[in-house]
Design a binder for this molecule. Structure first.
Ligand code: E4P
Length: 217
């Protein structure tokens, strides 16, 4: 499963990229606003920090303007992935961009039927929002299971990009179900490295090693 960072914070992206475990980045208008940076400038900088796809979202609601915005965004770098909302105009835009060889991430997916439509429109990625689904009283991971089944039934190549990830269990279940990608805030990804028994184990080994009086380097 690929790991994308869901953020527009440069320092966090640099830190995760330095582990060699980062496969891409997703942003959205809220994350850009939170960064306080110029959209084009920060997107360009992020594209230089990873070879993987960097999702940049259109803000227009009509197909024609979405295409104009996508035209500007895809000139930023070769690894820009145009993010469009799951609406009729969004999927029209997805279809047109895909035919043109541009990567597209269809965002704000909340049902398996929406994911089916996105795959038929040729989306590179479908982004079902599991955390927001949970907040709304449904089970976000059930949605991922349904989409996995549908995509496997028809051999769709669209990758399931689990979004709105809030905690480690979302990551674990995504991997168990066989999602292709998950995108999470840097704090959630960094939390995956941690285990109390790892810390305790290191502490014990180092205490015993000190007793030997030896050094490796
Ligand atoms: C995905 O691409 C979105 O940017 C993101 O995962 C939304 O997460 P949220 O529901 O925590 O805002």
């Amino acid at each position: 499963m690929k790991f994308f960072a869901d953020t527009a914070e440069i320092d966090d992206i640099k830190e995760l990229a330095s582990t060699g475990l980062l496969d891409g980045v997703t942003t959205n208008p809220s994350l850009i606003a939170k960064s306080g940076r110029d959209f084009m400038e920060v997107t360009r900088e992020i594209c230089g920090l990873t070879d993987g796809p960097v999702s940049a979202e259109v803000v227009a609601l009509d197909h024609e303007t979405m295409m104009k915005e996508a035209e500007v965004l895809r000139k930023i770098a070769d690894n820009v992935c145009i993010k469009v909302p799951l609406t009729i105009d969004g999927l029209k835009t997805c279809n047109a961009l895909t035919l043109d060889g541009t990567m597209v991430n269809v965002t704000l997916c909340f049902s398996a039927n929406q994911a089916l439509l996105a795959a038929k429109a040729g989306a590179t990625f479908i982004s079902p929002f599991v955390g927001r689904h949970d907040d709304n009283g449904s089970n976000g991971m059930d949605l991922i299971r349904d989409i996995r089944q549908i995509y496997d039934n028809y051999d769709f190549e669209t990758e399931i990009l689990v979004a709105s990830v809030r905690h480690a269990t979302h990551v674990l279940e995504s991997a168990l179900i066989g999602a292709d990608v998950m995108t999470a805030p840097p704090a959630v990804i960094k939390g995956l490295f941690k285990h109390i028994l790892t810390d305790k184990g290191i502490e014990g080994f180092l205490a015993d090693w000190a007793k030997t009086g030896q050094s490796i380097v």
